[in-house]
Design a protein around this ligand. Structure first.
Ligand SMILES: Cc1cc2nc3c(=O)[nH]c(=O)nc-3n(C[C@H](O)[C@H](O)[C@H](O)COP(=O)(O)OP(=O)(O)OC[C@H]3O[C@@H](n4cnc5c(N)ncnc54)[C@H](O)[C@@H]3O)c2cc1C
Length: 444
């Protein structure tokens, strides 16, 4: 490591070996890490944290690491939940937070941002000029644009505007050997879309250093609707019909979440329409709905949508809490929902298991399960819930992840998800990262 530090110093790249900085870069938001931290233990520790402030500096850091075969763990906001960039093998934690430039191109409806720009800051800058990313993950204020691309993130308005891969226009990437990749920016091209290799790459193939994304005008008209249902099936049936009206946002809450959010004993659905046709679309939704229209659920949810204070508190009390998001086609939806809830509830120690559906497509949707347990052996309990829930999803037409990603948490199911593409992925990793420096230990 001395060699690394000397080279960083010579290159005048900001770095720190202070214990408080090493601790700040020892984990992501996975709940097992929170448990360790509560016991004053660190899940892992890097040997140095580097803060490159330009694409060229990222390149220099990776060249040094590659030559000396030192592992590099890439950190954006560290809001990831999949035990991904945890530096179990020490080495370098590369923080992208100093890659923080923003350039707004109003004419072409684009924004270019350094990978470390925090989403909430970017959204506010755009809002001041009358624009929005419309990519609004719940972690908006603690995640970075580079992290969004690296995890194939999905925002609350994905039903209307698409996920990060649909909003992406161009990327600047630095490969593990320090080579900088940059393409001609264009609204569209034919040929292989190589930048997509980095969507969901979770720091395994290099560092995403700059992101160009679409922007949208802030909607002038917004109409919100809320309905109640007596079963998940009837809510799902309506959701499929509503989708044809092109809502910006739609969410179904199961009975447990409806009780938690809206204090009512039923299933519920909220809809948000945006733009000049919003009123007309909302009127049509009311006509075709089989649910009972209720007041204010959408507003209540909008108010609370970034609030995670409850979950932050229950960890300290000894509960373990997590979320599992999977996707499935429409024809498996209610079967999958019931199977996963049952699987989670079957694990001893479970206090609550609930779900909402929050991202919708013509062909299917994402179910987002939330569980909390008060077990005697938290780690064993946690692993058993994950094992049973993912098995139930796979056996009932679902997959292993919709938008949180793979990391170490879902590594065991990689072959179930990627099939024979997995061998191709292994070859690609070997080709791009010969010395296996990037997020070492994550990929099998
Ligand atoms: C309360 C809460 C709410 C959340 N809500 C959502 C949500 O609504 N939608 C959603 O999609 N996710 C959500 N997440 C998960 C998380 O916020 C996303 O995965 C987010 O995209 C991670 O961004 P980050 O900058 O924090 O990345 P990090 O956590 O720092 O990193 C995540 C992974 O990406 C890699 N990485 C990060 N930046 C780069 C880069 N520039 N180049 C290469 N690799 C990089 C890391 O190595 C790691 O493997 C939530 C998490 C929390 C804690």
């Amino acid at each position: 490591m001395l060699g690394v530090i000397e080279r960083l110093r010579n290159e005048k790249i900001a770095f720190s070996t202070d214990y408080e900085d090493l601790i700040a870069y020892c984990k992501d938001f996975n709940p097992l890490h929170q448990l360790k931290i509560l016991k004053k233990a660190t899940p892992a520790l890097p040997e140095v944290v580097v803060f490159p402030k330009s694409v060229e500096e990222v390149s220099k850091v990776l060249k040094i690491a590659n030559e000396l075969k030192v592992p590099v763990y890439v950190f954006g906001g560290a809001s990831g939940v999949i035990d991904s960039a945890t530096p179990y093998e020490g080495g370098i934690a590369l923080s992208t937070l100093a890659l923080d430039w923003v350039e707004i191109d109003e004419e072409n409806m684009l924004v270019t941002a350094g990978a470390g720009v925090i989403g909430g800051r970017l959204e506010k800058l755009l809002n001041h000029r009358g624009f929005s990313l419309r990519h609004i993950p719940q972690s908006l204020f603690c995640s970075t644009v580079g992290g969004w691309v690296a995890t194939a993130s999905s925002g609350q308005f994905s039903t209307g505007y698409g996920n990060i891969e649909n909003l992406l226009v161009s990327l600047k990437v630095v490969l593990p050997n320090g080579e900088i990749l940059e393409e001609r920016k264009t609204p569209r091209r034919a040929g292989i879309d190589l930048k997509k290799l980095f969507v969901g790459s979770e720091g395994l193939l290099g560092v995403i250093a700059e992101v160009t994304m679409k922007i949208f005008e802030l909607p002038k008209e917004v109409v919100k609707l809320s309905f109640e249902y007596n079963s998940i099936e009837s809510a799902l049936e309506d959701a499929k019909k509503f989708l044809k009206l092109k809502p910006a946002l739609m969410r179904i809450f199961d009975d447990e979440e409806t009780l938690r959010y809206f204090d009512s004993e039923s299933f519920s659905l909220i809809l948000i329409f945006e733009g000049e046709n919003a009123k007309k679309q909302a009127e049509k939704a009311k006509e075709i709905s089989s649910g009972i229209e209720v007041e204010g659920y959408a507003d209540l949810w909008l108010e609370k949508r970034f609030d995670v204070s409850d979950i932050s508190k229950i960890g300290i009390l000894g509960f373990i809490f997590d979320t599992i998001e999977v996707s499935c086609f429409w024809n498996s939806a209610s079967k999958l929902y019931k199977a996963v809830i049952e699987a989670i509830r079957s694990v001893e120690g479970t206090v609550t298991a609930s779900a909402h559906a929050s991202h919708f497509y013509d062909s299917g949707l994402c179910f987002y399960f939330t569980f909390a347990g008060f077990p005697s052996e938290p780690e064993e309990y946690y692993r058993e819930v994950w094992q049973k829930a993912i098995t139930a999803s796979l056996q009932n037409g679902g997959n292993i992840t919709h938008h949180h990603g793979i990391g170490r948490l879902r590594k065991a199911w990689l072959r179930d998800e990627f099939g024979s593409y997995l061998s191709f992925l292994k070859e690609l990793k070997l080709l791009v990262d010969k010395n296996n420096i990037m997020n070492r230990g994550v990929f099998p």
